[in-house]
Ligand binder design. Structure first.
Ligand SMILES: Nc1ncnc2c1ncn2[C@@H]1O[C@H](COP(=O)(O)OP(=O)(O)OP(=O)(O)O)[C@@H](O)[C@H]1O
Ligand SMILES: [Mg+2]
Length: 250
């Protein structure tokens, strides 16, 4: 593991200390086509060890890319930093509540879009007066004005994702987590979201960007973490880490 040459002068904002994440799932065995013995073996609790002891410190002013193959544990790590996933062992410390773009706002299907905008806004830490003040901006950004009085459960998944995203980006965050898999919506909305993400990145103290696009990683990050099978395989200079990652795939 190499240490990056990135600027590490800012205060620590996120400390991840020997973090382990495990998922317990019930395997029904129904997918197996084989014999009774095979079914018995596949039934019961299966444990997936998604993050296997990661340690690193993020600082103010850093823009940290997170790369690695599908299922390597990137989103699990982001959820743990955001406090949405509890560790099996180890710990995560953050200097302020991190915002994970797209999923932080827990919205309620029975309530109208407009009620959810207020609710989500309060959940981000706004006061009622602040929530009222940013309400119209959120609705405008979402482009969902004509549906805003309908219950959220009547929204398509794309519409719901747009509203969640619009709420999440309505506030500046000290620690911003962007999991690109969450980028949503049609082409026009994507362009708008990407522009807003860039703006937030400029204002945030520390940004994590999970992406499969090495171009956006190299364009925006000062440091890159390569996650491989739940392990932090490399941590350092973007070009060096991206080169090593790409070489490993050949
Ligand atoms: N809720 C869950 N229940 C059970 N297993 C899960 C759950 N979420 C993730 N996993 C498993 O944990 C591992 C890591 O998944 P994770 O979503 O963190 O990967 P990722 O690096 O974000 O992948 P991708 O690049 O595809 O987004 C995978 O094996 C996945 O199947
Ligand atoms: Mg993911």
């Amino acid at each position: 593991m190499t240490e990056g040459s990135a600027t590490r002068t800012g205060h620590p904002t996120v400390v991840v200390d020997d973090l382990h994440i495990k998922y317990k799932t019930f395997a029904s065995g129904k997918a197996a086509s084989g014999t009774r013995a095979l079914l018995q073996r596949q039934r019961g609790i299966r444990v997936v060890h998604a993050v296997k002891g990661m340690t690193f410190v993020a600082h103010e002013g850093e823009s940290i890319g997170v790369i690695g193959h599908n299922g390597s544990g990137k989103s699990s790590l982001m959820r743990a930093i955001a406090g949405l996933q509890s560790p099996a062992s180890g710990s995560v410390f953050a200097s302020s509540q991190p915002a994970l773009l797209g999923v932080n706002a827990a919205l309620l299907g029975d309530l109208s879009g407009s009620k959810n905008v207020i609710l989500g806004s309060l959940a981000l830490g706004n006061s009622r007066a602040q929530a009222d003040a940013v309400y119209q901006d959120i609705v405008d950004f979402s482009g969902l004005e004509e549906f805003i009085d309908l219950p959220m459960k009547t929204y398509s998944s794309g519409m719901a994702a747009r509203l969640r995203f619009s709420i999440a980006v309505s506030r500046d965050h000290q620690i911003l987590l962007v999991d690109e898999a969450l980028a949503v919506g049609d082409k026009e909305f994507r362009a708008k979201s990407e522009a807003r993400i860039r703006e937030l990145r400029e204002q945030a103290g520390t940004v994590f960007l999970v992406s499969h696009s090495m171009r956006s990683i190299l364009d925006t990050c000062s440091r890159v973490l390569w996650i491989d099978h739940g392990n932090l395989k490399m941590d350092g200079d973007p070009q060096e880490v991206v080169d090593a990652y790409q070489a490993s795939k050949n």
